[in-house]
Design a protein around this ligand. Structure first.
Ligand SMILES: Nc1ncnc2c1ncn2[C@@H]1O[C@H](COP(=O)(O)OP(=O)(O)O)[C@@H](O)[C@H]1O
Ligand SMILES: [Mg+2]
Length: 350
């Protein structure tokens, strides 16, 4: 097991600075998910931990030790990529034990390790098969097993589930959580998919443009986003956002925080609107409601309304979020917060 720390790390390719003065601590034994839009620098961070692209400046520490001069193979980390490379001509067993043979592990120990790991990832019945006879999910498990068998103290995964179909992805998410619980190893998992991040992470590190936007447990990012980016990146549909009409400030509320009714609603923020889209998803229905100035997405557990129906929209004061012109959250303790709340009441129409 191992902790990881970035201290004032900058990474530039040629003259392009991708990451500047980044500081981050990844806790020992935790499942940490780096999430953010494509191109924000997630893979770049992972590769610096692995030592595949050493940083331009600053230090990367593993278990408190500066690993800048330590070769990738000596860092005790294993990495699994989206495009897992498994050897098609080797059996599952040979694929898994490949790295061990290179490390001169004895035959008896190799057999023991391969059997124990293949049990963990559910590959025990397939050890003598060739990869071409396996499903996509099973092949990805071979790649995971091959990384695990080396008993790394850090397990790095770069979008390992992206190539799997939706159903298998959900299943593999659960398996990865179970694997993490069993192994207790530090997992650093990269994805652009916020649902994956929310479902698997102990800690989410949310990135954009090479910068960390927020680092917190999933429920904290969801309920207490520190800025507009976090508020809109995490959650489906994303948080509704609108202008407050003061100094570029904006308000927001989650789709499930909006109430809909045919009668006027006694809420802090009230609007009238028309249902323009109804998406019935089974256990919930998402309505797009067009109000005077803009549209909002409202998520309801009951399917009570139809397109073209006139409705009242209400949001409780406690469910409103406010953001300054710089995008940062205006928290409840901020002197501006009261003014924002007042503004919402005066903007109510309904
Ligand atoms: N070896 C490299 N040479 C030049 N630019 C790179 C290299 N690796 C990554 N980049 C650039 O760094 C940025 C971040 O890339 P990456 O870390 O792969 O993003 P992510 O994994 O979040 O999608 C991108 O703009 C990408 O083009
Ligand atoms: Mg990437």
């Amino acid at each position: 097991m191992a902790s990881i720390e970035f201290v004032q790390v900058t990474q530039a390719f040629d003259k392009n600075v991708i990451i500047q003065d980044l500081n981050l601590k990844i806790e020992d034994g935790k499942f940490t998910v780096l999430v953010g839009p494509s191109g924000c620098g997630k893979t770049t961070l992972l590769r610096m931990i692995a030592g595949l692209d050493p940083q331009s400046s600053g230090s990367v520490l593993i278990n408190g030790e500066d690993v800048s001069r330590i070769a990738p193979g000596q860092r005790g980390v294993a990495m699994v990529f989206q495009n897992y490379a498994i050897y098609p001509t080797m059996s599952v067993r040979e694929n898994i034990e490949f790295g061990l043979k290179n490390n001169k592990v004895s035959k008896a120990e190799r057999i023991r390790l391969v059997e124990s790991i293949s049990e963990t990832v559910g590959l025990a019945p397939y050890l003598d098969r060739k990869p071409s006879t396996l499903s996509g999910g099973q092949r990805q498990r071979v790649a995971l097993a091959r990384a695990m068998v080396k008993k790394p103290s850090v397990f790095l995964m770069d979008e390992p589930l992206s190539n799997l179909d939706a159903k298998l992805r959900v299943q593999m998410r659960i398996e990865l959580i179970e694997m993490h619980n069993k192994l207790g190893t530090t997992f650093v998992y990269v994805t652009h998919d916020q649902v994956e991040a929310m479902s698997m992470a102990d800690t989410i590190v949310l990135m954009n443009g090479g910068e960390i936007q927020q680092e917190a447990a999933p429920e904290v990012i969801y309920h207490e986003p520190s800025n507009l980016f976090a508020a809109q990146f995490i959650g489906v549909p994303p948080m509704n956002i609108g202008g407050l009409g003061i100094d570029g400030a904006q308000f927001g509320f989650r789709p499930e925080a909006g109430q809909l009714s045919l009668d006027p609603i006694d809420a802090h923020y009230r609007l009238r609107g028309t249902i323009v889209i109804r998406e019935m998803l089974g256990s919930e229905t998402i309505y797009q409601v067009k109000c005077q100035e803009q549209s909002f997405m409202i998520k309801c557990t009951e399917d009570l309304f139809a397109v073209d129906q006139e409705v009242h929209v209400g949001v409780e004061a406690s469910k409103l979020y406010f953001f300054g012109a710089d995008g940062n959250r205006i928290g409840k303790s901020d002197p501006l917060y009261g003014e924002c709340l007042e503004r919402m009441r005066s903007r109510s129409d309904g």
